[in-house]
Design a protein around this ligand. Structure first.
Ligand SMILES: O=c1[nH]c(=O)c2nc[nH]c2[nH]1
Length: 452
């Protein structure tokens, strides 16, 4: 803590976070001191008066109420901002048909910047309300509209990685770009994001997926990513027909992962959506590059893509976090992604060998917070409440009686321990349990205020 406590905010109450993959650390009463957006002190096992721990000085206190606790902000590693208007549509189709019927026609509409502005400000408002403090967004091929998305993220105070999509082949014949334009507009987009002058908002190189890009384009994008050490996001091995199509489009490559590897697109700043059908060999290459997988269980269920085996990824040392994957996913909340990850893993256990253990609730909590931070290589700045990290946090309220008017999903009429309240959040909670959202110490969304 620096000098006096003036201009600092102190939270006093229960705290939960992940410090390792299979355990949730809980403190019945902790003090978290936040100065200039950073956590400068955490006092655990607090008893008695705050002054006994922090001395005298001026600080703004935030005392949590019964049933409330602090939890790290959620990391959504994979979502498509332009697809929010299609949320819940076309879930009865497999991936490639769904893209042609629903997704490409909607994404084409973002040629209109006015439409993009209207949608994107509501997307960011909504994901913040759901507790997503860090989001990796796909935009569309349209540079100016995707810049509107980055501006909305910046204005509303979210930590965001935003990508202009690249695709120069195998589309519907209309929603496609020339290689040269794709590269030029990606460079322009990077410039637009740098002009925001906001360290919380970063550009991501975003080839849609292998089949929508020629090898030339993939390699150009790989070079560009290396030139500025930029993040990269794309899809991999989501659906069996997609995997087969990829083999046809890139017959010289032994597998899907190698298409990205030879293009220089597998780095320790790459996030691959899905990864359901990756072989051990591919997973090992991905792990050796420090590349991460975004597990998107809700989307994988509705599009009937398959079940991603998170344990297998972990056993091959691949980093994993969660993605909501709107609009193939139907719910934009990482609480839902945690619950879906548990459900698909339990379902998988019914027909797997006896030694397959379904994911546990501490493990999915890890995926939603510290796991997502590690996937992005941002574990030094976000993911839990270690001193020196940025204060990206949620004030969770599980007490039904605090707001009966909201009919909150966590019904509580008897006493519950802190870890029971965490379970309630994961298994039955939703946005109504998120009272306040902080990014880098700034209150960006609350049940009473809405972001502009
Ligand atoms: O879930 C998905 N959503 C998409 O928009 C997409 N594009 C390629 N592959 C995809 N998968």
């Amino acid at each position: 803590m620096t000098g006096t406590l003036e201009n600092c905010l102190v939270f006093d109450g229960p705290l939960v976070h992940s410090c390792s993959r299979n355990q949730i650390t809980t403190h019945e009463r902790a003090l978290v001191v936040v100065e200039n957006g950073k956590i400068t002190k955490v006092v655990e096992n607090v008893t008695g008066d705050v002054k006994e721990h922090l001395g005298s000085g001026k600080y703004q206190m935030k005392k949590l109420e019964k049933g409330q606790f602090l939890c790290p902000g959620f990391v959504d590693l994979h979502t498509h901002a332009p697809q929010f208007p299609n949320q819940g549509l076309g879930m009865d189709m497999p991936l490639l048909d769904w893209l042609q019927t629903y997704t490409f026609p909607l994404e084409m509409k973002y040629e209109d910047e006015g439409f993009a502005e209207k949608v994107y400000k509501n997307v960011v408002k909504s994901t913040l309300k759901s507790g997503t403090t860090t989001a990796c967004y796909f935009g569309t091929i349209h540079r100016k509209s995707t810049t509107r998305l980055a501006q909305a993220v910046s204005r509303m105070g979210q930590r965001g990685l935003v990508g202009k999509v690249n695709m120069n082949q195998n589309s519907n014949g209309k929603y496609v770009e020339k290689t040269e334009d794709s590269m030029k507009e990606t460079l322009n987009f990077i410039q637009d994001v740098s002009e925001l002058n906001n360290p919380l908002v970063e550009p991501v190189i975003t080839p849609r997926f292998a089949i929508s890009c020629s090898m030339d384009l993939l390699k150009e994008l790989g070079k560009l990513a290396a030139s500025g050490n930029y993040y990269i996001q794309t899809h991999i091995s989501e659906n069996k027909a997609e995997v087969e199509f990829t083999k046809e489009v890139f017959p010289d490559q032994p597998n899907y992962a190698e298409v990205y590897n030879v293009s220089g697109l597998l780095t320790n700043k790459t996030i691959l959506g899905h990864g359901i059908y990756l072989s051990d060999e591919e997973q090992k290459v991905i792990a050796s590059k420090g590349t991460a997988v975004a597990h998107c269980p809700n989307s994988n269920t509705w599009l009937k893509s398959g079940i991603c085996d998170v344990r297998k990824l972990w056993s091959n040392n691949v980093k994993v976090g969660l993605g909501t994957d709107i609009g193939a996913g139907s719910v934009s909340s990482i609480i839902d992604a945690m619950r879906s990850a548990l459900a698909v893993s339990i379902n998988k256990s019914f027909y797997s060998s006896e030694d397959y253990k379904p994911l546990t609730y501490p493990e999915v909590f890890f995926l939603a917070t510290l796991g997502g931070a590690e996937a992005l290589n941002k574990q030094e700045s976000i993911g839990n409440f270690m001193v020196g990290k940025d204060f990206d946090a949620l004030l969770i309220d599980t007490e039904w009686q605090n707001r009966p008017d909201m009919n909150a999903p966590t019904f509580t009429m008897t006493d519950h321990s802190l870890i029971e309240r965490v379970q309630k959040l994961i298994y039955s909670g939703d946005d109504r349990n998120i009272a306040e959202v902080y990014v880098c110490g700034r209150l960006v969304s609350s049940r009473n205020i809405s972001s502009k």
